[in-house]
Design a protein around this ligand. Structure first.
Ligand code: ADP
Ligand code: MG
Length: 293
């Protein structure tokens, strides 16, 4: 009955929005005891919205947003889209960008009308030689509310910060509760800051561990480390950044709403991009493997 049961399982899965690459993927999902989830785009909707702009060192707030958006017009990152859209919503026009560089997992930089503009995380700001202390208290407050914070530097000096909110998907809390009840230890990984990550984890519930400030390769290393300790790991993710970690897991689970690179690296794809489908996928895996044994 072996191959037949699996085909039935995968056929039913497809109707429920669970796309299974092969029998091994379903078998691995049945055995999994640890679920590693990416924050952005998996727990959250993945479409951050600008919620605040704060200026420092005498810059007008509008200039801070305008400089940042001018550079971000050349970035594909969801955070870049939030900043560009934020400027549009405030009826601003981006300035002319003459040079652009992207540092994955850190931020972006460029020349805007004769000024060197950097937008990114704390590490990125530090590399630009700028001091974040004037906005540090405000950055902490935004992070503790679960918002993401990016710093803006102009000509090597802090110009302000931009805060974005990326709400939890509607089903996240319930799905994590169901997966936890199904015996999974849930671990969250993110490139975002520790304070934002912990606030989001608290809102989501049932997350045993949080690892923040990660580079794409760090995510894969954590999955490999857990596996070496004897864990059977399922990893979910949506971004190009998540592809190495998806490939390192016993079973990689891509969000169908994410990038093609993630989908190609995964054994299972959740068509509608929500963890609700993973709850169904686990049931399907248990039922199918029970039939075979
Ligand atoms: P995520 O965990 O959200 O997928 P990334 O690994 O892509 O994040 O990036 C980590 C951090 O680097 C982001 O939280 C942000 O602070 C900064 N960053 C990355 N890309 C950009 C960008 N295009 N503009 C500004 N900041 C960025
Ligand atoms: Mg991501």
């Amino acid at each position: 009955a072996t191959p037949m049961s699996i085909m039935v399982g995968t056929g039913r899965g497809a109707r429920e929005g669970v796309l299974v690459r092969n029998a091994e993927a379903l078998q691995a999902l049945d055995r999994v005891d640890t679920l590693v989830v990416d924050k952005t785009g998996t727990l959250t909707e993945g479409h951050p919205k600008l919620i605040a702009v704060e200026a420092a060192n005498g810059w007008p707030e509008n200039d801070v947003l305008c400089y940042a958006a001018s550079v971000e017009t050349h970035s594909q990152h969801p955070l870049a889209q939030a900043i560009v859209q934020g400027l549009k919503d405030r009826h601003g026009e981006p300035g002319v960008l003459t040079h652009f560089e992207s540092q994955p997992g850190l931020g972006v930089s460029g020349s805007v009308e004769g000024h060197v503009v950097v937008v990114g995380n704390a590490e990125c700001l530090k590399q630009a030689g700028a001091d974040a202390s004037p906005v540090e208290a405000s950055a902490t407050a935004h992070r503790e509310a679960g918002a993401g914070v990016m710093f803006v530097a102009v000509d090597g000096r802090l110009a302000g910060l931009i805060a974005v909110a990326d709400p939890l998907r509607a089903d996240t809390r319930a799905s994590l509760a169901a997966l936890h009840a199904d015996g999974l230890r849930i671990i969250m990984l993110t490139g975002d800051s520790d304070a934002t990550a912990k606030a989001v984890a608290a809102q989501a519930g049932n997350i045993a561990e949080v690892h923040a400030g990660l580079k794409p390769q760090d995510k894969a290393d954590i999955v490999k480390h857990l596996t070496a300790q004897g864990a059977h790991v399922a990893m979910t993710g949506d971004g190009v950044n998540d592809a190495p970690a998806l490939a390192a897991a016993s079973v990689g689970i891509a969000m169908g709403t994410g990038t093609d690179v993630a989908i190609e690296s995964a054994g299972i794809t959740l068509a509608h991009g929500s963890l609700e489908a993973l709850v169904r996928a686990r049931r399907l895996a248990h039922a199918t493997m029970r039939n075979i044994r």
